[in-house]
Design a protein. Structure first.
Length: 936
């Protein structure tokens, strides 16, 4: 917790921002988790307004309500809040609670934060992406533009030393104040799962135990909305109120969970209730031990939420909720011994999440790579590079990684850049309303009960849930405030093409000049307190003063990018053994949207045939690499343009579709394929029109099914649109395919005679014994450098049968070093002459060279020759007259003395025609029987 001084909540607030003491930064930590750090700020008299940044909208609203209640006021008077789509402030507001993301947008508009004296970063221990970015931007603004700005951080569980060092700057750590708020003891128990018990059943069982053994309300932590709904179903027979609590609920539903009830309550919550919120009446906590966090699968191009085990810090935070008002109890749904294996703290989201949105904000700030900022944890270089590649393809960055006008317009929308691009370009062709409806749906896919996005949109239009309706209204207003310039079909869809890895998703290509500059979404002018929703600050209003203060006036970033991502390596589902000579975006890939029926729209986007295509088009604009084609007739498995295989769940109404535009897909651990969560029926024409840059045509020559396959192929990313055989494929591509075949199936594809194998064994022996310059000839070494020894043969080979005719021995001789090659037969002779006069082949295949010879042929031999200039000895396999082994020795003199008598005794009776002398060192060697020893 650091070496801070322990104080009360109220005194901590006063010490941090009180007018009697200058403190530019501080870190307030909580020795007792869940003891209340946010509320005391209402008592502070500070210069300028106080802005409190919370990680979630629900937490922001709840914190504002709590502080306003302490003052006996309504929200919107002294204390107000602002979240995306909802804001309550007034002329007397001194403390405003906002989300971290909204404050990032305000900083982009006004880096000086005019009128703000103090910024409080609450719940820093959660390490959300927006919160880490906000901290970095605030520290940058304070160092260059607002040295008087007070930046404070509160945290329940995080180790304070690093945070204090970061906030202090200039080598001096910020003060650390440990807040000792009200807390009560919590008795913790462990309740492991039963065999094959699902998480919902496990948690429901623990909840029933908690209800039976405690009084008061129960707070249950589950990883997601699905688990909440299923657990609620298992508890519906109880005589208690079972209430959900998560960020996707309406404000009224959230408030119901945060108000005391007439009956006993079970509140089923996601991580939103871990901190910032006080659920009144709670005397017991049931913790599933699971949390849902942002993850990206770079290899498969899938990003989303993954279910993981909580950290020890999070488990402590959750348990602390039971002791907010009175002594409580907590049940942990895992064995006690497992608790010690939990990670100490959660992984910062910046290390694991997809970073495209972060990269856009950094570009708006004027530091695309983030190197000018002080980070708690810097963003991973690879993930940030992949994110900038996506932004280039969307037209948000120019060739120098500077923000474009289009990128600024995208940033103002408060959306992921992919969704912002879909909204701007989709509105030009389908109308603002349909574009806004679909983006609001894709941004909150929990609104869709099934996999059919079109059916989900129809249901939303009928039911008009308030959260979705508000977002549609906001987005429609924002896109309607553009300058009215139209986006042509060429510019709207030219921003997508294939060829580069973007965090596992293929997205590169042309961005026309008009696409990069034709949108300028303007929000109404005003201060951060004028009621503008989260993410709706004016385009171009970042305030280049901060960027200029850092890098001079040379990089405002308004340049245009005519071509991006050209020449990158496209990942192909057919395998890595693919040679290709193609033309990206050619071959009729680009089609006019009007010609495909997608240019017609009415104000509601509900014309005949337009809704279905429009839904698919909006998804394709946001995720072009997720256009997918069925892999086989009647199959529920699809191949996405990015190269990832996905499948529909059983019973999906989309299973008959040949083409899909996939909005949401994820992959469970251990599954080879991803799973489609939300999609719309598409067509080849729509795919070509929406993603022309993914279309490529050209020769494809690859190793497939054990031989070279040559085709002329038209593709959309990894999806084959059409193909035909090639009679005369490009020789360079054929050679590449043959090389890939050798790497896949091994050098056994060549013809290996006995002489070739022996030569390879001899070379391996010399490399092992003498080292350089004798070559390494094991499989890996030979396959890694095929051209050095097999190049001439590969230049003329065309198929597998040609490989089988190549003499591997002849090819291997190209590896012999010069002039050492002249001594090959001296250092590792193929055959050795033994005393009988026979020339016997030496076997070099084992670690020690072996000479297998009849024992009669080495009579008189006391010192066998050595190899490799005396560095290796022979291992003698001595054979009987029937060529069967009778002894193995590397020490022949010792064998003659100690081993030979036993061999002689065993074999002289069995082979009486052969010589078995008592002293073989004194008898001439011979090849045949003993008769040859008799004098003539």
């Amino acid at each position: 917790m650091g070496s801070g001084r322990a104080v009360s909540s109220a005194s901590a607030a006063g010490e941090c921002v009180g007018s009697g003491r200058e403190v530019s930064s501080a870190s307030a930590t909580d020795e007792f988790v869940g003891s209340g750090k946010t509320a005391p700020w209402v008592s502070v008299e500070a210069g300028g307004r106080v802005v409190v940044a919370e990680p979630r909208r629900l937490a922001a609203r709840a914190a504002a309500a709590r502080m306003a209640g302490l003052l006996g006021e309504r929200v919107g008077e002294t204390v107000g809040y602002a979240v995306r789509g909802d804001r309550k402030v007034g002329p007397r507001t001194r403390i405003e609670v906002v989300t971290s993301g909204l404050l990032v947008r305000r900083l982009q508009q006004d880096p000086e934060l005019a009128g703000v004296g103090t910024v409080i970063l609450d719940e820093c221990h959660e390490r959300h992406l927006d919160a880490d970015l906000l901290l970095a931007l605030l520290l940058d603004a304070r160092s260059g533009l607002r040295p008087d700005l007070k930046v404070l951080a509160t945290s329940a569980t995080v180790a304070a030393d690093r945070l204090a060092e970061l906030l202090g700057g200039d080598g001096a750590a910020a003060p650390v104040l440990e807040v000792r708020g009200r807390t009560h003891p919590v008795d913790i128990g462990y309740l492991p799962a039963l065999p094959r018990e699902r998480v919902e059943g496990h948690v429901a069982r623990a909840t029933r135990t908690a209800l039976a053994e405690t009084d008061g309300d129960i707070l249950v932590f589950l990883p997601g909305v699905g688990e909440i709904n299923r657990t609620a179903g298992l508890l519906r027979d109880l005589d208690v109120d079972v209430l959900p609590l998560h960020g996707r609920l309406t404000g009224a539903a959230q408030d119901a969970a945060l108000r005391p009830g007439q009956r006993r309550r079970v509140v089923l919550s996601t991580a939103v209730a871990e901190s910032s919120l006080t659920v009144p009446g709670v005397r017991a906590v049931v913790d599933s031990g699971l949390s849902r966090v942002s993850r990206v699968d770079h290899r498969r191009g899938l990003s989303g939420l993954a279910t993981v085990r909580v950290s020890a810090a999070v488990a402590e935070q959750r348990a602390g909720r039971a002791g907010r008002e009175a002594p409580g109890r907590a049940w942990r749904c895992w064995p006690e011994y497992e608790h010690h294996t939990l990670p100490a703290y959660p992984d910062p989201e910046i290390r694991t999440a997809e970073l495209t949105r972060l990269a856009l904000e950094l570009a708006c700030w004027g530091t695309p790579d983030g190197s000018a900022l002080a980070w708690w944890d810097a963003p991973p270089e690879g993930a940030l590079t992949a994110a900038r590649t996506v932004l280039h393809a969307l037209g948000a960055l120019d060739g120098n990684d500077h923000i474009t006008a289009r990128g600024r317009a995208m940033a103002t929308l408060g959306l992921h850049p992919r969704l912002a691009r879909a909204l701007l370009d989709g509105a030009a062709h389908l109308g603002p309303k349909l574009a806004a409806e679909m983006v609001a749906l894709m941004d909150d896919d929990t609104l869709a009960p099934g996999t059919d996005a079109t059916a989900a949109l129809r249901t939303l239009r009928t039911d008009r849930p308030p959260r979705w309706t508000r977002e549609v209204t906001r987005l429609t207003r924002l896109v309607g405030e553009s300058d009215g310039s139209a986006v042509s079909g060429e510019s709207a869809y030219g921003a997508i093409a294939s060829g580069a890895e973007t965090g596992g998703a293929v997205l590169t290509g042309e961005v026309s000049r008009s696409a990069a500059t034709s949108f300028d979404v303007r929000a109404k002018a005003g201060s951060p307190g004028d009621g503008r929703a989260e993410g709706s600050s004016p385009a171009g209003s970042h305030g280049d003063r901060q960027a200029d203060a850092r890098r001079g006036s040379g990089g405002s970033g308004g340049g245009r990018r005519d071509s991006v991502g050209s020449g990158g390596g496209r990942r192909d589902s057919a395998g890595s053994g693919l040679g290709r000579r193609d033309s990206v975006g050619s071959g009729g890939g680009r089609r006019d949207l009007v010609g495909s029926g997608l240019g017609r729209h009415d104000s509601a986007g509900s014309g005949v045939g337009v809704l279905e295509e429009g839904v698919a088009l909006m998804i394709a604009l946001a995720q072009p690499e997720r256009l997918a084609r069925r892999r086989g007739s009647g199959s529920g498995s699809y191949l996405m343009a990015g190269g990832t295989a996905v499948s529909l769940p059983a019973g999906s109404g989309l299973v008959a579709a040949e083409w899909l535009a996939v909005a949401v897909a994820d992959r469970d651990p251990g599954r080879a394929e991803g799973r489609i969560r939300l999609a719309a029926i598409a067509s080849e024409d729509l795919a070509r029109a929406a993603a022309p840059g993914l279309v490529s045509v050209g020769e494809e020559v690859r190793w497939d099914g054990g031989d070279v396959i040559a085709r002329w192929v038209e593709r959309l990313g990894a999806i084959v649109l059409s193909e035909k055989p090639l009679r005369e494929p490009d020789s360079a591509l054929v050679g590449a395919a043959l090389r890939e075949g050798l790497r896949a199936e091994g050098i056994g594809l060549l013809r290996w005679s006995d002489d070739a194998r022996n030569l390879r064994d001899r070379l391996a022996f010399l490399h092992r014994t003498l080292g350089t310059p004798w070559p390494d000839v094991d499989d890996d070494a030979l396959l890694a450098d095929l051209d050095s020894w097999l190049g001439p043969e590969l230049a003329t080979a065309r198929r597998r049968a040609d490989l089988a005719r190549i003499d591997a021995g002849t090819a291997l001789r190209r590896l012999l070093p010069w002039p050492e090659a002249a001594r090959l037969d001296d250092l590792a002779p193929e055959r050795l002459e033994v005393p009988s006069g026979s020339r016997v082949r030496v076997d070099y295949s084992a670690d020690q060279p072996v000479l297998a010879v009849k024992v009669q042929e080495i009579f008189g031999w006391t010192t066998p020759p050595t190899l490799a200039d005396g560095r290796a000895t022979l291992l003698l396999h001595l054979l009987s007259p029937a060529q069967r082994p009778v002894a193995v020795t590397a020490d022949l003199p010792s064998f003659w003395q100690t081993g030979w008598p036993q061999v002689r005794a065993d074999l002289r009776g069995r082979y009486p025609k052969h010589a078995w002398p008592e002293d073989p060192t004194q008898v001439p060697a011979h090849r045949g029987t003993a008769r040859r020893l008799r004098p003539t």
